[in-house]
Design a protein around this ligand. Structure first.
Ligand code: FE2
Ligand code: FE2
Length: 136
């Protein structure tokens, strides 16, 4: 990681996870800039938001697979949160494309929502993944 975009308190110590989180934080910043910059024309922002939605889904799938590969049972609440956030972001892609979205509110919410998710669920997963790596 050359430049860190996310709060360092959210670093898990699992390099691949931290890289992915940082990339997603960076994407949120890009989406925010693009959507707030050009009032009325959201084509770029929408493309970036769609890309973020895809990368976020790929990231959730990676976390679930990383746990499975290490034999770590995936927390039910964490799994549900992944599905909930995925549905939320997909719904927002639709709303932005129809011009129905309160964009400043969306961006504040998205940043907080992602930070909260990492703090509540991913740090624990990162800890479990590291423990699974550790020699016994
Ligand atoms: Fe995550
Ligand atoms: Fe997660």
């Amino acid at each position: 990681m050359n430049e860190i975009h996310m709060p360092t308190a959210l670093l898990s110590g699992v390099a691949e996870m931290d890289d992915q989180h940082d990339r997603l934080f960076n994407e949120i910043v890009q989406v925010k800039c693009a959507l707030l910059e050009v009032a009325g024309d959201h084509a770029d922002g929408l493309a970036l938001l769609s890309r973020f939605a895809e990368d976020l889904e790929a990231h959730f799938a990676w976390e679930e697979e990383a746990a499975r590969a290490k034999g770590i049972p995936f927390d039910e609440g964490h799994f549900k949160e992944h599905r909930k956030i995925t549905a939320f972001v997909q719904a927002k892609v639709g709303e932005v494309s129809r011009g129905e979205c309160n964009i400043p509110a969306l961006m504040v919410f998205m940043e907080r929502c992602f930070e909260t998710h990492v703090a509540q669920y991913d740090l624990k997963l990162g800890h479990d993944l590291q423990a699974a790596h550790a020699p016994r």
